[in-house]
Design a binder for this molecule. Structure first.
Ligand code: SIN
Length: 489
């Protein structure tokens, strides 16, 4: 047995859930940024989907998840996750999360795009991610088996033979630390910040995915990036405040600058169609020079209680969403692809695990259903942590070597790459643009790890010639079976 800790890279919801469940195994939780910079989980507004309402069932939740994912999902993973949802809510309540309840004490259930039922639970209205993170962070900080290290960017993985056995970290001031581990869990989140327009924080740039790729870990489905249709349209800004889909569930409607309804003629589900369809529709309208707005003035109830995050973000930018239309734009929001893992979170390299948005276990298919991501982070994190706690881990032997992620791009080139990815691999793609962008990134691969990551994503998008889920190729025909499925959903 080794006395080395389990290293968890990333202090978002999936990383913390893994750390808590790993007790009593000693855990070192490495947080790339300091306490002030927020992980994407903190910004999650949508809530957690769980079949808890009268007449609802895990099978119905699973069916909606599969339809949103264009049936590209792993069905066993989907059924497992949806069956876990009610118990996950109960566990979170035991950790101190107070979900919103009505006057009779029953959980309030909201509705979001792609869901056939009202089944989204919230905590503090649209501040759900922040409330969850606060409760789980407090638990983790009080747990004797968990130690934190902030300001620790993992720049290399240590391999002994073919087994990952540690990491090397670097602080912003340049301090380097080598840490041996009984296993390394990458819970580093998604890649939204690699795009010019994103609802993600700047740290969601794919650094963990690039680290795993550099070590030779298998990746999958990199082309599937979800674009949220409604982020606050702030020209020039990169990290855009999300305007939660729950507002459309509560009656808000999209219209253009001429007052025309945007979704009416597009999809029978209207403004609550799956978000890839809404995002493409908004994107196309923007390409014709129209500006798109969300009219939420009909949304009733106490905004400060139901939508405090949206209210504050809009007011900060001089828009009162209770009275004025909100200018919106699609934005990169969630990566369905990532480091390929099995059901339990094992990557293709021994000693290396992945969980949450950094991982791809197939549960979201080609497009994630709304409010399934916090659920996945918590449920898969708990399962992985518990499995690792059970595992007697012998020290890896064999020759040691460092697998380096390599230097990053200078700021200016990173900015240009974000624009390139947005234009070529945004909500609507075509082969010509993808090929040109891919060639550029391939040729410039030595310039920084972000270029190599972008080349991998663009190559995957180029290889998938047919449209599927969030990957939309305007130069390809949608397979007839998929359009029939979309129509009958
Ligand atoms: C939202 O609140 O619209 C986003 C929720 C999610 O990403 O599932």
């Amino acid at each position: 047995m080794t006395s080395e800790p389990l290293l968890i890279v990333g202090a978002g919801i999936a990383g913390i859930a893994t750390a808590l469940a790993a007790a009593p195994t000693p855990v070192l939780l490495l947080n790339r940024s300091g306490g002030a910079r927020r992980p994407a989980s903190t910004m999650a507004q949508g809530g957690i989907a769980a079949a808890l309402g009268p007449g609802d069932a895990a099978q119905a939740h699973a069916r909606d998840t599969l339809i949103a994912g264009a049936h590209y999902n792993d069905p066993a993973m989907v059924h497992w996750l949806c069956a876990q949802a009610p118990a996950t809510i109960a566990w979170l309540e035991r950790q101190g999360v107070a979900f919103d309840r009505d006057a009779d004490g029953a959980l309030q259930l909201g509705r979001e795009g792609g869901h056939g039922q009202a089944r989204i639970v919230h905590a503090g209205g649209d501040a759900t991610g922040a409330r969850l993170m606060q409760a789980l962070r407090e638990r983790a900080q009080a747990a004797a088996h968990i130690h934190w290290q902030d300001d620790a960017d993992v720049e290399a993985l240590l391999l002994r033979g073919a087994v990952v056995a540690g990491v090397r970290t670097r602080s912003r001031a340049g301090d380097v630390r080598e840490i041996e581990a009984r296993g390394v869990v990458l819970a580093t989140g998604g890649i939204g910040a690699a795009f010019a327009r994103s609802s993600n924080p700047p740290g969601a740039d794919g650094a963990g995915l690039a680290l795993g790729m550099a070590a030779g870990a298998r990746v999958r489905d990199l082309e599937f990036v979800q674009f949220h249709p409604t982020a606050l349209d702030l020209p020039g800004a990169r990290s855009l405040p999300l305007i939660t889909e729950a507002l459309r569930g509560a009656g808000a409607r999209l219209h253009d600058d001429g007052g025309r309804a945007v979704m009416a003629a597009i999809d029978p589900r209207g403004d609550l169609a799956p978000r890839d369809i809404v995002a493409r529709t908004v994107w196309r309208a923007q390409q014709t020079g129209r500006r798109i707005f969300l009219d939420a003035s009909t949304v009733t109830g106490d905004w400060a209680q139901r939508f405090p995050t949206v209210l504050a973000a809009c007011l900060e930018h001089g828009i009162d969403p209770r009275r004025q239309p909100i200018p919106i734009t699609p934005a990169a929001h969630f990566h369905m692809g990532g480091l390929a893992t099995d059901f339990h979170g094992n990557t293709s390299i021994a000693g290396l695990y992945a969980v949450g948005e950094a991982a791809c276990n197939g549960v979201h298919g080609a497009n994630r259903l709304a409010s399934n991501s916090l659920l996945e982070g918590v449920a898969c994190g708990r399962r992985l942590g518990a499995a690792l706690a059970m595992r007697a881990h012998a020290s890896a032997t064999g020759p040691a070597r460092w697998s380096e992620r390599g230097p990053g791009l200078p700021d200016g080139q990173r900015e240009a790459l974000r624009g390139l990815l947005w234009d070529a691999a945004g909500p609507v793609r075509n082969g010509t643009q993808l090929a040109a962008a891919w060639r550029h990134c391939q040729d410039a691969g030595a310039a920084g790890w972000q270029m190599r990551l972008a080349a991998a994503l663009l190559g995957a998008a180029l290889d998938r010639r047919a449209s599927l889920g969030a990957h939309w190729r305007e130069d390809a025909q949608t397979p007839a079976i998929l359009s029939r499925m979309a129509q009958s959903a």
